[in-house]
Design a protein around this ligand. Sequence first.
Ligand code: PMP
Length: 400
Amino acid sequence: MTQSIFDKFQYYANLREDVARLDTNPFNVVVEQVLSETEAIVNGRRTILAGTNNYLGLTFDPRCIAAGRKALEEEGTGTTGSRMANGTYAGHLALERELADFFGLPSSIVFSTGYIANLGILSTIPGPSDVVLLDADSHASIYDGCRLGSAEVIRFRHNDPGDLDKRLKRLGTKAESALIVVEGIYSMIGDQAPLQEIVEVKRRHGAYLLVDEAHSLGVLGEHGRGLVEQAGVQEDVDFIVGTFSKSLGAIGGFCVSKWKELENVRYAMRPYIFTASSSPSIIASTRVALHILREQGAELRKRLWDNAHRLYLGLRELDFKLGPESSPVVAITLGESKEQALEIWHDLLDKGVYVNLVMPPASPGAGCLLRCSLSSAHSAVQIDAIIDAFRSLRNNILES
Ligand code: PMP
């Protein structure tokens, strides 16, 4: 039989067949009309969006929109160039200064996405003689950054500082230049890293630590700086990576650091150099969103956490298998049957609730996940409607 270059995608061909039985493909949902931060028309029906990462509900903030519109009119639709060539506008530098100021750190670099931020930092800072120790549940961008780089990569058990300690011990003196990578809130299950314990291990071995606060910026900490702030360990953290695509309601990424030397790395990072910089309108709306986070973040955070507790407790009462703690990311673990997971996901959509369907290998275990993520813009009525939709499918979920 002749070989096709597409033979290796048979798994996805089978998945497409499964999905074709449904009238909506969960991996190709079309938002036909956006109605608000929390609602859209999907499949011709008004649907509650319970799977976005719009944590502070800023996507429709009139101040962000006005700033974006002004920049669009005054600076055009795109920079059409890399940060290193003609793509650094005054706004990019201002946002870098504002991020550094927000975190109280000297160094800051803005990237075109959070994915690219991880690619840039992790492929460049740890070199061929260094080791990166990754939490096993790390986001794809963290794994991909390491793959693009040349350091040795070692995984440690998810949220297990003892396992991290053991692996660092085995490295001997190499532990002193090793880079540990964890996330503030893990994107799939919504659990937090045990950061104080991880810092204690890091200190003992003299290693470096990077925390990806993609899901925790604006969500954790007295000022919304993330888990690093909440855990009170800022002095022990070497790099914080984050995104503009979640609590700041736009698109883009950043890295801030206590190390002034970060500036020397800027022009060595291929994912920084070889892609176009963010559009001026994106930078402008992000700057305003960061300002709102500083001024009104506490109020938005309170609403977000009220919603998170309401959903978590409501779903726990239904005996679903949830993550270990209440969080703006609430995931229900189903069984391993992809067909059943697809059906349940589809039934939820039929009832007017969109959540993320996550299947292995994207889910951390062997089971499929129904991942909900909340916004401060959700009302209590919407949260109750989400719980009601899950309640009506309780038996199917428990039996899956
Ligand atoms: N890190 C983590 C932990 C994430 O969950 C994500 C996005 N899901 C990213 C990085 C990448 O962010 P962006 O959407 O800005 O590329």
